[in-house]
Design a protein around this ligand. Structure first.
Ligand code: NDP
Length: 251
């Protein structure tokens, strides 16, 4: 029995149409899991499934629509069966200086990155509790490890996700549910390209404080998520794992 295998497990990954969510889905499939990815458009889902293969299913979900989350979970489990692993990956970023961030901007980021993460996790937890098993993976950011300028709402949302990880891990551990968080460093995706390619100085700063002196690949996050979701990590809960080429401890 390979304890690192995800064979026989079913995973729900939010935001699987590209970037880190798609890479997590790919790594899960390679390691034997049955995967359901979510996205906001059918085109996005179809394009991603073409790359990931037919072992991957797609389900439409805009996590901002909080009222749709409970029926979504109900329908998804009815259609595919119980979900063993939830990966809260969907997220948005916004780069603005503090005085320019409107209340609407702030609320929008908090809704997607924080409140929706709670709402979906709560609904999954209601189903995992009676089964006395489950695994939840959160995705935070280097923004919650240290101060990064011009991403105030994003930073607040990701710091909350790390706090939630610890509070949930403690409350859910007695019921066989593990909750862990991955803090990706700077990884090559659409989101990071937008933030870094328009700002060479910021990109240089990122690379200069990353001991490995390079950006990460989405598969680096996929591999970490596989480990944390597998039985090999059965005594690990409540951690925030930086996957960052040393960025968080770089001098
Ligand atoms: P991308 O912008 O490349 O992808 C974001 C994904 O989230 C898409 O699949 C998108 O789906 C989905 N999404 C966005 N908003 C919603 C919503 N309201 N409802 C449902 N799905 C939504 O981002 P990344 O892959 O770079 O980032 C993924 C996660 O990793 C985020 O939480 C981000 O904060 C985090 N992260 C990324 C880092 C990086 O360097 N890339 C570093 C640190 C953290 P759709 O097709 O519907 O648009």
């Amino acid at each position: 029995m390979n304890k690192f295998s995800l064979s026989g497990k079913r995973a729900l990954i939010t935001g699987g149409t590209r970037g880190l969510g798609q890479a997590i889905a790919k790594a899960f499939i390679e390691n034997g899991a049955e995967v359901i990815i979510t996205g906001r458009t059918q085109e996005g889902l179809d394009a991603s499934i073409t790359q990931l293969g037919n072992q991957c299913r797609g389900a439409l979900l805009n996590v901002d629509d909080l009222e749709s989350i409970e029926p979504f979970v109900h329908e998804t489990e009815k259609k595919y069966g119980s979900i063993d692993i939830l990966v809260n990956n969907a997220g948005i970023n916004q780069k603005k200086e503090i005085p320019d961030v409107t209340d609407e901007d702030y609320a929008r980021i908090i809704l997607t990155n924080q409140q929706a993460v709670f709402a979906l996790t709560r609904e999954m937890t209601k189903r995992m509790l009676p089964r006395k098993t489950g695994c939840i993976i959160m995705i935070s950011s280097m923004a919650s490890q240290y101060g990064i300028p011009k991403v105030i709402a994003y930073t607040a949302s990701k710091a909350a996700v790390e706090g939630m990880t610890k509070a949930m891990a403690v409350e859910l551990s007695p019921f066989g549910i593990r909750v862990n968080c991955i803090a990706p460093g700077f990884i090559e995706t659409d989101m990071s390209s937008k933030a870094l390619n328009s700002d060479p100085e910021r990109k240089q700063k990122v690379l200069s404080r990353t001991p490995m002196a390079k950006l990460g690949k989405p598969e680096d996050i996929g591999n970490a998520a596989v480990f944390l979701s597998s039985d090999a990590a059965s005594f690990i809960t409540g951690i925030v794992l930086p996957v960052d080429g040393g960025n968080s401890i770089g001098f």
